[in-house]
Design a binder for this molecule. Sequence first.
Ligand SMILES: Cc1cc2nc3c(=O)[nH]c(=O)nc-3n(C[C@H](O)[C@H](O)[C@H](O)COP(=O)(O)OP(=O)(O)OC[C@H]3O[C@@H](n4cnc5c(N)ncnc54)[C@H](O)[C@@H]3O)c2cc1C
Length: 360
Amino acid sequence: MTSAQTILILGAGLIGATLAWRLARAGHAVTVLDAGLPAGAASGRSFGWINASYFACEAHFHLRHRAMQAHHRMVAELGETGHRWTGCLWWEEEGAALDRAAGALTALGYPLHRLTRAEVAARVPALAAPPEAALWFPGEGAVDAAALTRRLLQAAADHGARLWSGCAARRLIVRGGRLAGAMTDQGPVMADQVVLCTGTATPELLAPLGLTFPMLGRPGLILRSRPVAARIGPILASPGQELRQDGAGRLLAPASAAHQADSAERIADLPGALAEATLARLRALLPGLGIEPEEVIAADRPVPGDGLPALGPLPGLEGGWLAVLHSGVTLAPLVGELLAGEIAGQQAAELAPFRPARLM
Ligand SMILES: Cc1cc2nc3c(=O)[nH]c(=O)nc-3n(C[C@H](O)[C@H](O)[C@H](O)COP(=O)(O)OP(=O)(O)OC[C@H]3O[C@@H](n4cnc5c(N)ncnc54)[C@H](O)[C@@H]3O)c2cc1C
């Protein structure tokens, strides 16, 4: 595809918004539909950590590492986005396991430093018991994914994209072997290319077409505190608890340790019980800060069946595309660049290990 086409994006989360911006900016006529409000699903409930220190395989590492650089390109183009490049102090593993993690990341070319207890204490004076050693990932940061989603949709609208919120795609329309559009309650919306950025709702949209798209059930829970006066600085990844501070001083903390690798299929306790346990860990980690809860946020993470992103053409359906992934905050800007390029006809070799066809 070289000339401008009509593109229908289903889902106004961070991934749909990033693609809308890239495609509208490239001159395509973009319409974005969302069943609810922008960032109303995973993107509005995310921890928002941008990193490549967590990865499932080498290709996944490189995609994440390149995505971190893509964030800086995105910021340079968009201006104010609220990114906080604080770096991360990581000691989720200790002793020999920490050394192995450092070795593996160094071999992959990831910038890191090993810090002593005194160096950790100097960086985060509020820590009750600084670990004997921690890894310092200077390039990591975080962003409020909901705010970034809205900023991207605004930038897409500046290039002519149209956003229809509260407008669900009830079913997909196939004509002559092509994915040709989506049916809404108000009628059909047709397009040359249709991109599903529908997160956890993707399997139910594809099922009526006879396509099975497996996803893992991965519920998550984030505790957000009231603002605390102390400035924590980096993202902290301790063995029992990860946390970061937002621009207003609130602490954000997943209820599960090492939340990116969390494989629990259901949350058994009520949010209140998990929030209390998380609060207790936060207070033990950072005593004297007067940490009080503000909100507990539950969400389903969009995780394809093998845990890796699903990015690219829908098998057997010309004009159909899929972008469903976890770690979508880390990966969004690169997914936007590469997938928008593919929809415009430029193959991206980096996406080869992540094709939806492997799962379908
Ligand atoms: C608790 C939690 C913590 C996380 N932490 C991190 C992290 O630290 N770092 C990181 O990189 N990632 C993290 N993630 C993952 C990241 O937030 C997601 O990968 C990302 O937000 C996915 O964005 P998305 O646009 O694909 O999906 P979503 O934000 O889920 O958006 C999908 C959209 O599709 C819409 N939709 C669904 N069906 C239809 C339909 N039929 N018609 C129209 N619209 C429809 C929905 O309304 C929704 O707005 C976390 C996620 C959670 C839940």
